[in-house]
Design a protein around this ligand. Structure first.
Ligand code: DGJ
Length: 698
């Protein structure tokens, strides 16, 4: 038995049956259990009318071992070699890492699996398949599967669409396979980011959670399987299109790594582990996340120095630190029907180039950021006119347009070099700290000379981002895809920020941000104050509500602030100052969410790891059920410490309807235990209002 342990999580792999089998993944059982024969403790008996030996399917779940669930490897060589039986050839273990290599010489395949326990208790699992035969092997699937205990009885994942990403769905696990597949050629708005299995009723702070998340931005599959035997497993892997991975002799397919997270302290515990792992990576942004102004909802395609210059001045006055020029600056891009593919500054709009604007941005003390959508091309572009053969297409057909654009197949070296070259030239000519990289359509018929090309395209965008960063040290990249269509753990290794959603409506954002933050830390999620009347829902929200909502992320503004009143401008400036004061906490602390007795409110907060300070939001989503809204608890503080509790109104006060506010709202001192057990009675807020509560340990 090989055990990988860290931070209260134990992951145990038995190799005694000749194949690596994960026999335990859960709380660290401590030294007294180290001598337990776990294989015997966890092993099955043999039912009647069954395979005559207890089944140990192992990581590769070979049918040859009698296993009848979905195998890890699906594939064949000219109709043969679809059934394998692997024998271990190499085993290396180093305390936190286990590598197992196996081979089936008859089927001509070699496989490897590497488990790496991270200090935060997250296990990173990487698998490969190598064709050691002579003829090509057509690999259809390599899934990373983990067994779940029988008391994991519920599953939770996320669905969504444009403007409504990450909507939770929770259901009992029943016999059969629950599959979440994404075939858009990007992770997609519907992408779950992580899939959870939970003990019955597990909540934010209680119950056990097992989750898997794929480090991949292309097509994906997340699975939960319960077999008629009662055995339950959770799996994740790349969704390969037919023929997408035909391995020639000696060739290896490396599956995207899976992050597997166990928490004995509910969903918040899972989030905490994922954040601590993500934050420990060298590529995680380490500088203060600059307050950003993105011009999209302020000007759309209406570019020009006069208008944008005024926006720069207003942004500078408010305290913005990064000014991002969105879509519309490049050749022929007067609307969304032309220009994609021609990444040169349009002299018709910017006769003196971008420097007059950039100089003004820098003079106002801000960094400059610029929008690209390099994987796309409009038919009305010089690029398409020169190279119509560079788009994804099958059967000689031109795929249906989406947002009037086609997808550039970066598998053509010429296309890749064109995009890299043009973007690099712009970054070399101008002082650009940051690029927002968009991806506004799904991939259909993503064929490269007839063969499926999503995997190659996904690898190409990673390569391109990494190359741009290598050539331009310090460059930051935002991953945007019509909002949150490419938010995933794979892109987190190449980008520094995600555009969470095109919906800046604060009410919708409460939901989208809450659930995206299950796996993605706030400092990676763009959260902007949008216009008073939301452009995507028509709802009108107070600045106070929008500001509290946007505070819990990598904050910014996406609003024509030149039209703001003096009071609004002052409130924005005070909110900007507050964000700067609190971002160290907001971007490093532990996120907690509180289950409320009814669905009319959300409560969430960020607590410093040393519990010295915290910020919570009470959000009235709709009218409270009772005339006195339910008290809300503030878990996670130091139970023995006394905290100063106060409401902060950095961008104005919430709207209330009450004769008198609860006494504590004037400021109070309370113990961490009292706040966790008794909680606070909220003021009677009008729907779609929120209050921000700051806590400081005394
Ligand atoms: C979609 C993005 O999500 C928006 O923020 C904006 O950049 C537009 N594309 C520009 O076309």
């Amino acid at each position: 038995m090989i055990e990988l342990v860290s931070d209260g999580v134990s992951f145990q792999v038995d190799v005694s049956s000749g194949t690596p089998a994960v026999v335990y993944w859960g709380p660290d059982l401590g030294p007294s259990n180290r001598n337990t024969d776990l294989a015997a403790l966890t092993g099955d008996g043999v039912p009647q009318s069954n395979i005559d030996e207890p089944q140990v399917p192992g990581v590769w779940r070979e049918n040859a071992r009698g296993f009848l669930g979905r195998p890890a490897i699906l594939g064949h060589r000219d109709g043969g070699d679809w059934s394998q039986l692997f024998t271990i050839t190499k085993l290396e273990s180093s305390g936190t890492t286990l590598l197992v290599e196996s081979v089936d010489a008859t089927a001509g395949l070699g496989v490897s699996v590497c488990f790496q326990m991270q200090p935060a208790g997250v296990v990173l699992i990487s698998q490969t398949v190598t064709n050691v035969g002579l003829d090509p092997f057509d690999l259809g699937e390599l899934t990373t599967w983990l067994p779940l205990p029988d008391h994991a009885v519920e599953t939770m994942d996320f669905t969504g669409r444009w403007l409504k990403e990450r909507q939770p769905q929770r259901r009992p696990i029943q016999t059969g396979t629950w599959a979440r597949e994404e075939r858009e050629g990007r992770s997609s708005h519907d992408y779950t980011v992580v899939q959870l299995a939970l003990t019955e009723g597990a909540g934010y702070q209680d119950g056990s959670v097992w989750s898997t998340g794929l480090l991949w931005s292309g097509n994906t599959r997340h699975l939960v399987e319960r077999l008629p035997s009662g055995h339950t497993s959770i799996g994740a892997g790349e969704l390969l299109l037919p023929g997408e991975s035909i391995l020639s002799a000696g060739e290896t397919y490396a599956a995207p790594t899976v992050a597997a997270t166990f928490s004995a302290t509910g969903i918040d515990g899972m989030t905490d582990r994922l954040y601590r792992w993500l934050r420990s990576r060298p590529e995680h942004p380490s500088t203060a996340r600059p307050l950003t102004l993105n011009v999209w909802e302020a000007v759309y395609f209406d570019h020009g120095l006069t208008r944008l210059g005024e926006l720069v001045d207003a942004a500078g006055e408010i305290g913005v630190e990064r000014f991002v020029l969105d879509d519309g600056w490049f050749l022929g891009r007067r609307n969304d029907s032309a220009g994609l593919g021609d990444w040169v500054v349009d002299p018709a709009v910017w006769p003196h180039g971008l420097n007059p604007l950039i100089d003004r941005v820098k003079a106002a003390g801000m960094q400059f950021g610029l929008w690209f959508e390099g994987e796309m091309v409009n038919v009305d572009s010089d690029l398409y006119r020169a190279h119509p053969e560079w788009i994804f297409q099958a059967g000689g057909r031109v795929p249906p347009e989406a947002r009037r654009q086609q997808v550039l197949d970066l598998g053509h070296e010429g296309a890749y070099t064109h995009v890299l070259g043009q973007v690099d030239a712009v970054l070399s000519e101008y002082d650009i700290a940051y690029i927002k990289w968009d991806h506004n359509r799904v991939l259909t018929e993503a064929a490269h000379f007839g063969g499926a090309g999503v995997r190659r395209q996904t690898a190409a965008i990673y390569r391109l981002f990494d190359e741009l960063k290598r050539r331009h040290p310090g460059l930051e990249i935002e991953s945007c895809s019509s909002g949150g269509g490419r938010v995933d753990l794979g892109m987190a290794a190449h980008a520094d920020r995600f555009w969470t959603s095109d919906c800046n409506d604060a009410l919708e954002r409460q939901h989208i941000q809450r659930y995206t933050q299950f796996a993605i830390p706030p400092e990676l999620l763009g959260t902007h104050i949008g216009p008073t009347r939301s452009h995507t829902t028509g709802r009108v929200h107070s600045l106070a509500f929008r500001a509290i909502t946007a505070l819990f992320g990598h904050a910014g503004i996406e609003w024509d602030v030149t039209e703001t009143t003096t009071v609004e401008r002052l409130e924005l400036a005070s909110w900007a100052a507050y964000y700067k004061r609190k971002r160290a906490l907001l971007h490093s602390g532990r996120v907690v969410r509180v289950a409320q007795p009814d669905e009319s409110s959300f409560v969430h907060g960020v607590i410093a790891h040393d519990r010295s300070e915290a910020v919570f939001a009470y959000v009235q989503l709709s009218a409270a059920g009772g005339s006195s809204p339910s008290r809300f608890l503030l878990p996670g503080l130091d139970p023995d410490a006394l905290y100063r509790v106060r409401i902060v109104e950095s961008a104005g006060a919430a709207h209330t309807l009450q004769q008198r506010a609860p006494a504590w709202t004037a400021g109070i001192e309370a113990s961490g235990l009292g706040l966790a057990q008794i909680g606070l009675r909220p003021p009677i807020l009008l729907p779609e209002n929120a209050i921000l509560i700051e806590l400081e340990r005394l």
